[in-house]
Design a protein around this ligand. Structure first.
Ligand SMILES: Cc1ncc(COP(=O)(O)O)c(C=O)c1O
Length: 362
């Protein structure tokens, strides 16, 4: 294939080529059953196998204990911003939110509709360029839960540890770094992630929820917003995104074949280090946004001396088959998203281009 470019997009993002190849192979007739995945009933034995295989893939990779349910929902990570407080926060209760970027702010705004929100940490004043150390955080003793975003996709800042709630349930939006490295699942009560970065295509939201939380869901909750009902029905309260779940299973198989999450972590760190080194060795031509200890290994964000040069950088990169480097419209600059499926050769090509561009324009 010659027309494939390097896709640095933040999401929907690059998928592993072997996964796309397998999906193409099986597109018209899955495992010889004479129908496409998109055509079979979600209640059929065939789909049951697909769903179980996707769940098993996620469970194996993240080593999720049996007291956690794995759900494949719809409505994106954005619906989770609302579902979490609608299920776990009553009017007279409070929850703690740690704000390290734009997605945390959005989650907070939705939660405020339900109860009292304590912003126990915000990096807004420094333009969201860092995350707090665990010992900088003071939780509200009667908070119902603590919410944080483990990787802020727009600002490019990432927690290097799994936050410890000291007994208060921890809820985490891991949309843009889930499956990029091993995590300590037991530290979390609920983890959620839109699939379209490291898990599969858009249209599926992964929710990993501890059993005891399901007991806290209000009795009169709307069915499609009720984690307990969704779990009881095995993510099939209505027709799920069958195609998306099928692809998630394939991505999990691919990740296992790559050596699992410890191997991915090593590769992801090596890829990110190349770009951060290119920034640091540019004599100030490139300025990284995140402080050293908070740098994301998934979304590398940086600026150039002027906005004009940033536009020129993106258009010259696109001409060399590197697409999706423009920073989010709210912050500008450059963002290189280098998820699991993004290969090292694309990163090498980018750093070569960065050195050349700086040499010509510095
Ligand atoms: C960290 C984070 N949270 C939430 C979202 C919103 O996800 P969705 O579009 O699936 O609702 C995104 C999207 O990029 C994200 O990066």
């Amino acid at each position: 294939m010659t027309d494939i470019i390097y896709n640095f997009s933040a999401g929907p993002a690059v998928l592993p080529l072997p996964v796309l190849g397998k999906a193409r192979e099986e597109m018209l007739s899955l495992h010889g059953i004479g129908m496409s995945v998109m055509e079979i009933s979600h209640r059929s034995k065939h789909f049951e196998t697909i769903l179980e295989s996707a769940k098993k893939g996620i469970r194996d990779l993240l080593q999720i204990p049996w007291n956690y349910q794995i759900l494949f929902l719809q409505g994106g990570a954005t619906l989770q911003f609302s579902m979490i407080p609608m299920n776990f926060l009553a009017r007279n209760e409070s929850a703690d939110y740690v704000i390290t970027g734009a997605w945390g702010e959005k989650a907070l705004k939705e939660a405020e509709r339900c109860g009292k929100i304590n912003t126990i940490y915000s990096a807004a004043d420094s333009g969201f360029n860092s995350v707090p150390a665990q010992d900088e955080l003071r939780f509200t003793p009667d908070a119902r839960y603590i919410h944080y975003v483990s990787n802020e996709t727009i600002h490019g800042v990432e927690f290097k540890y799994d936050l410890d709630g000291g007994g208060i349930p921890v809820v985490c939006d891991a949309s843009s770094n889930i499956l990029s490295k091993p995590i300590e699942i037991e530290k979390y009560a609920l983890i959620y992630a839109g699939a379209q970065k490291n898990i599969g295509p858009s249209g599926v939201t992964l929710v990993i929820i501890r059993d005891d939380l399901l007991e806290a869901v209000p009795k009169n909750q709307h069915s499609m917003l009720d984690y307990r009902k969704l779990a009881e029905q095995g993510s099939m309260l209505n027709t799920p995104n069958t195609w998306g779940i099928y692809l998630i299973g394939l991505v999990c198989d691919w990740l296992k074949a790559q050596g699992g999450l410890a191997a991915m972590k090593g590769r992801n760190e090596a890829k990110a280090a190349l770009i951060y080194n290119a920034i640091e060795s540019s004599d100030g031509f490139y300025r990284g946004h995140a402080q050293a200890g908070s740098r994301s290994i998934m979304n590398v964000t940086f600026r150039l001396p002027s906005e004009d040069l940033e536009v020129q950088f993106c258009s010259e990169a696109a001409a060399q088959e590197m697409d999706g480097l423009k920073g989010h419209r709210s912050v500008g600059g450059i963002r290189a998203s280098i998820y699991n499926a993004f290969q090292m050769d694309g990163v090498e090509k980018l750093v070569e281009f960065m050195a050349d561009f700086a040499g010509r324009n510095g």
